[in-house]
Design a protein around this ligand. Sequence first.
Ligand code: SF4
Length: 316
Amino acid sequence: MLGNYENVMDSCQKALTHCTLCPRECGVDRTRGVLGYCRNDSGCNVASICIHKGEEPVISGEKGICNVFFNHCNMQCSYCQNYQISSKQAPKKPDLDQWQEVVENIAAILSQGITAVGFVTPSHQLPQMKRIMKELQQRGHQPTYVFNTNAYDKVRAIAELENLIDVYLPDLKYAEPELAYKYSGAADYPEIAGAAIKEMFAQKGPGIKLDEKGNMQKGMIIRHLVLPGHIENSLECLRFIARELSPEIHISLMSQYAPTPLVKQDPEMGRVLRPEEYEMVLQEMDRLGMTNGWIQALESAGCLQPDFSQTTPFTD
Ligand code: SF4
């Protein structure tokens, strides 16, 4: 069911004049071009719109999902595979900062029979995301909406999405504040993301709903990227999910980590995952009784890196 976009947009537009959309709470007036931590103003700030077939099978479906990537990010993880667009220094794409262009691009992809739209890293772009949804609705499109977030989100922001978002696809990156601070400048990530994910779970529960073609219609999947040298962090993330939510929840365990230029020299993060490290994480999933979801093959490391300088960033 679609929600009341007008009310939501009013409150969000107000939020951009004193931006406290995300936990950074910068308090800047983005409508006047004053930039906070994420360095985005109040424009669309879309970096890429593309068909992506490499998500979890129930998300991509046979034809792929229309993914909308926003510029920049409220986390700035030093190892981010999307750094070409997520870094604060990444330049804007002027052609994708026009509302009409963005909506027409998405509509053109939907007209090819693709039934889902994924917003990637939308935490700092919630009013813009809602405006895109509203304009698509006005053109008669009602796709399945996927909220693909780093989970550095406020509980209130997630609560406001209850009737708008069909599928939550959050990361759970860190259980250790020191690690969250070192690589993402967000020591409070475990607490903030834990609360946001609990709110998503309260809305969706552990089950997922599929249509007759196997495309996901409702529910949530939690992604966890295993970081080399930080296996205890992964084990704690899984334990949190099993303990605070449910071992029945769908997990997408990812082994695709490959060092980006910023962390090439890092003694731990400057390499790919070792088989014995991944095995420890798999054994813990097993011990916790987590059997729902998807596990990436270890060989995925480095194979799934996008190139956002191309019109089609993914080779899938
Ligand atoms: S969305 Fe951006 S400007 Fe607003 S609080 Fe978060 S980081 Fe700061």
